[in-house]
Design a protein around this ligand. Sequence first.
Ligand code: ATP
Length: 494
Amino acid sequence: MAEKEKNQIENATLKKIISHAKEYGFVFPSSEIYDGLQAVYDYGQYGVELKNNLKSLWWKTMTHFYENIVGIDAAIFMHPTTWKASGHVDGFSDPMIDNKDSKKRYRVDHLIEAHIETLKDLGQKDKAQEVEDKMNALIKEDNLAGLRELIIDEKIKCQVSGTSNWTEVRQFNLMFSTKVGSVAEEAETIYLRPETAQGIFVNFLNVQKSGRMKVPFGIAQIGKAFRNEIVARQFIFRMREFEQMEMQFFVRPGTEIEWYNTWKEARKAWHLALGIPADKIKFHDHEKLAHYANAAVDIEYEFPFGFKEIEGIHSRTDFDLKNHQQYSGKKQQYFDTEINQNYIPYVVETSVGADRTFLVQLCNAYTEEVVGEGENQKERVYLKFHPALAPIKAAIFPLTKKDGLPEIAQKIYQDLKIDFNVFYEEKDAIGKRYTRQDLIGTPFCIVVDHQTLEDNTVTVRYRDTLAQERVQISELQDIIAKATSFRGILEQLK
Ligand code: ATP
């Protein structure tokens, strides 16, 4: 299939997923009645459940599952010097270029990458590779003028104006700032954190001392981060307000590469344990290492728009703690009793986006299939979530509204809701009720019918296979608990 045709189909898939997410209560554009706010999204009634399940699973895996990792919840606002020490005030920027005619601003790497894709579409694979190599080399040496020259030489045009009338390439800082203090003159500029990691570093000694932690140990955190992304693309993949799930692992200097390799494999295994097929996940080593890293890799997932980063594993050396020590004047050292030495620990970071993980699950779960035979053939759309992640675990339906069936179904619902997020409904034909649950990914539908009155059994209908099975009411709790527990996932990670 031609590359272009493939891209069109894949983008059509993304479009379907985006409209499904909106229509069935997963993700809405922010403040939509005012036409939305670019690159900001709200999670709906089912979206928040899926996201919370993902966050709980990550938390469980990255804290309780390890005896030497604990979690914290640091504030979004931090002392402004934090961001000087971390390098964000001076260095957290992307090279940007503006088209003088349309006034549209582009991230330089995105602009050149789009051109590379066009070359590939035109069958000019060698030329595409040559441009890509040139771009990577220029980015590596921070050669802004060279990047501009490449854009001009390649005659890259603005999509809006169609011209090549470009400004210089400039660095654009991605941090949002605001003011604290009630009197304007006293107000101080502070930043909305662009990553959660620094909240962990500044608490390193607090946690180490209060928890009597011994290196190697980790501190984990889930929280919001903010970046003024200029090119906001691909739905919730790149947002200005998003959530990160990060774990910083503090190790003895010299052991960091070993730990880096351990975490690299452990994190990949986590995504696979959630049901992502192995051929859809791959590692991508960084072309250009960040100033603080001595090894870095991305875990990428094959979205409908191609393989893209979902998680970064970075060996951050002692860069952060050393700088905080320097800027704060407070020692950030650890005394290692095993070797009788004081040192600033090295850090291996695992950083995954909650929203990107959500999008991975949504893309992976979205299934279209044809069911039935002959005239009864029809298309079925459903979300094949792992039961542990599904927003609703089971829906309970009385077959009809009569003969005492709703009373029994209500009783089952009232009992199951203590342990699970379950749903009750008696409106409409049973087929319609099944379809509604398929569309939001509910793994079990439980139907109370006339046989229930005789033998206390109900029908369990399974989302993926459409198989139906009669079970005792007393067995329901066990069936749902087994399928929706994190145990099956965590056992694969032991
Ligand atoms: P990218 O290259 O895609 O901008 P990054 O390398 O800057 O990402 P990191 O700083 O390593 O990302 O952040 C760790 C994780 O946080 C990413 O792997 C991603 O899952 C998530 N993340 C980063 N930026 C965003 C964003 N704008 N919207 C949603 N998630 C994000």
